[in-house]
Design a protein around this ligand. Structure first.
Ligand code: PGA
Length: 250
C-alpha cells in the first residue's frame, strides 16, 4: 500500500473551498483505494467540517498538536481535541514548524501525546542542506534518536516517517531530491530503525518522501527511491493534479 498524504498547510481561505477539496479528495481516495491510502491534513479549523464529509477510504489528519496537555496554552490544540474531530493522523516535526521553534525534544513530546490518544504521528525529518562530508546524515540521525528515544516497538510501529529535505520543500525549492538521494536516506533511516527495533518492526514503519513531489516524478521515487508514499503540499490543493499523482503511484 502506498501512502498519499496531503498537507494543506494554511489553505484554503474559505471553509466552502475546504469542503469542496475534501469531497474531491474523497473521490480520488475511493478511485485508487486498492493501492493507495489517501489522508488529508487540513488546517485544524476545518477538521470537524472535513469529518462530516469524509467517508472511508479517505482518512483525516491534523497539522500539529500541543506537546503537553496543560490547558494554559493559548492558540494550541490538544491530542484529545484532534481525536474528537476525527483526526487519525497528525503531522509533527515539519520543517516549517521546526523553523518556528519546534525542537527535537518538543517533537518527541508531541509524538508521545499523539500515541497516548491513539493518533498516528506523521514524523517529518530532513536536513537543511546537503554537504559533501555527509554531516546531513547526523542531522537526520539526531532527529530520529530524539523522536524514538522512549518508544517501545509497539509504539514505534504506529509512526509514519516522512523524509523531507528542507531544501526541496515548497515554492522556494529549486528542485526535488533525486530518487537516489531519497533512496540513500531511506536506507539510512531503515537501518536506524532496524538497529533499534529489529528488522521485522523496522519494515512495518512506512517511509515516505516529501518535497516537490508531483505527478511527474512520483513514480521514480517509488521504483528507484524506495519511497512507500508521499507527503505533498502544493499538489494536494489541486484535485486535478492530486488525481494524476494518485494515478501515477497506484
Ligand atoms: P510541497 O510541500 O509538496 O509543496 O513541496 C511538501 C511539504 O511541505 O510537506
Amino acid at each position: 500500500m502506498i501512502y498519499l498524504i496531503g498537507n494543506w498547510k494554511m489553505a484554503p481561505e474559505k471553509s466552502l473551498k475546504a469542503v469542496e477539496l475534501t469531497k474531491a479528495s474523497a473521490a480520488i481516495a475511493k478511485q485508487y483505494k486498492k493501492s493507495v491510502t489517501t489522508i488529508i491534513c487540513p488546517p485544524a479549523l476545518f477538521l470537524s467540517g472535513a469529518q462530516k464529509q469524509v467517508k472511508v477510504p479517505l482518512l483525516i489528519g491534523a497539522q500539529g498538536v500541543a506537546a503537553s496537555d496543560a490547558v494554559a496554552q493559548t492558540g494550541l490544540m490538544s491530542a484529545a481535541m484532534l481525536k474528537d474531530v476525527g483526526a487519525q493522523y497528525c503531522i509533527v516535526g515539519h520543517s516549517e514548524m521546526r523553523a518556528r521553534g519546534d525542537s527535537n525534544t518538543y517533537v518527541k513530546e508531541q509524538v508521545m501525546r499523539l500515541l497516548e490518544k491513539k493518533i498516528s504521528p506523521i514524523l517529518c525529518i530532513g536536513e537543511q542542506q546537503r554537504d559533501e562530508q555527509g554531516w546531513y546524515l547526523s542531522e537526520v540521525k539526531e532527529q530520529l534518536e530524539t523522536a524514538f528515544a522512549d518508544l517501545a516497538p509497539l509504539q514505534a510501529k504506529k509512526i509514519i516517517i516522512a523524509y523531507e529535505p528542507v531544501w526541496a520543500i515548497g515554492s522556494k525549492a529549486t528542485r526535488a531530491a533525486t530518487p537516489m538521494e531519497c533512496r540513500e536516506m531511506l536506507i539510512f533511516i531503515r537501518k536506524f530503525l532496524s538497529d533499534r527495533y529489529g528488522e521485522k518492526v523496522a519494515k512495518t514503519i512506512p517511509l515516505l518522501y516529501g518535497g516537490s513531489a508531483d505527478e511527474f516524478n512520483a513514480q521514480t521515487f517509488i521504483t528507484d527511491g524506495e519511497a512507500q508514499g508521499f507527503l505533498v503540499g502544493r499538489v494536494s490543493l489541486d484535485p486535478k493534479r492530486l488525481a494524476l499523482l494518485a494515478k501515477a503511484i497506484s
